[in-house]
Design a protein around this ligand. Structure first.
Ligand SMILES: [Zn+2]
Length: 62
């Protein structure tokens, strides 16, 4: 049985506050909306995504 692969579905930039969500339908990141406002952050930012280092490729057995 293959281990269930876990992918991040949300990432946030630690610098400008941009938030993106993974869209499985188009297999790409899309800008997330929160409270009806798109979390675009800064277009000039070199985004520093907060999923780096914390993302575990496999689900831990609970
Ligand atoms: Zn950013």
């Amino acid at each position: 049985m293959e281990p269930h692969l876990r992918r991040p579905t949300r990432r946030a930039c630690e610098r400008c506050g941009r938030v993106e969500r993974w869209d499985d339908d188009v297999a790409t990141w899309r800008i997330a909306s929160e409270d009806g406002e798109k979390q675009v952050g800064s277009p000039y930012c070199i985004h520093e995504w907060d999923i780096n280092g914390r993302f575990a490729p496999f689900e831990e057995a609970v």
